[in-house]
Design a protein around this ligand. Sequence first.
Ligand SMILES: Cc1cc2nc3c(=O)[nH]c(=O)nc-3n(C[C@H](O)[C@H](O)[C@H](O)COP(=O)(O)O)c2cc1C
Length: 219
Amino acid sequence: MKYGKISTKIVISTKIIIWRSYLELEKIVDPIQLFKDWLSEAEEKEIRDPNAMQLATVSKDGMPSVRTVLLKDIIDGDFVFYTNYQSRKSREITQTGKGAICFYWKSLNRQVRLIGNLKKVSDEVSDKYYQSRSKGSQIGAWASKQSRELESREFLMQQVKLLEKKYNDDIPRPSFWGGFALKPIEFEFWEDGDFRLHDRFILKPTDVKNEWIAKRHYP
Ligand SMILES: Cc1cc2nc3c(=O)[nH]c(=O)nc-3n(C[C@H](O)[C@H](O)[C@H](O)COP(=O)(O)O)c2cc1C
């Protein structure tokens, strides 16, 4: 299914052309496929990191925090990224099981937002991704006590040197590093419109598996 822009031109007769939304026409759409279509357009146009997304988490007393991570896979409709399991984000994810993601592609003037439930991916999935990384990145995962205080940059670089000596080519994945998967319970697709009259569609699942309903919202 090709979406291109949300709006689709429908030729009713040779003289009358009506602009209506493809999503509005169909009502039920596959947000994962629509997201993949938009991401592949972003991959062609963005200068760098089209897979960069803002990940918001919340502490157990309700304080939000946000940072950028990279989307590395979509597995069975879940959005997967990798990180240090002892970082702030991981602590908050473990405490609440909830998160939000936002992609903004400047080159396309599009935004996609998701909210959902998060859980760790299996060890097998994390191992496979870890082994696909460069040796430097594998060592980096071991060296970084992410989100904790670091006394100096020199200390970190010394740790990297020590780890490089310790490990040859076969570097095991640290147990404190791996993936999380966000299972979306709501999507929002947003596209820039003239005079700030942007197009927004909220998609929520129906009771039928893999079926979503789209509603247009005011900009
Ligand atoms: C473009 C970009 C991509 C990033 N990708 C990741 C990533 O995939 N995983 C990660 O743990 N941190 C990534 N970071 C660093 C995070 O933004 C953040 O600094 C780090 O994960 C610590 O966050 P926390 O203390 O809130 O847990 C990235 C930063 C940028 C700017």
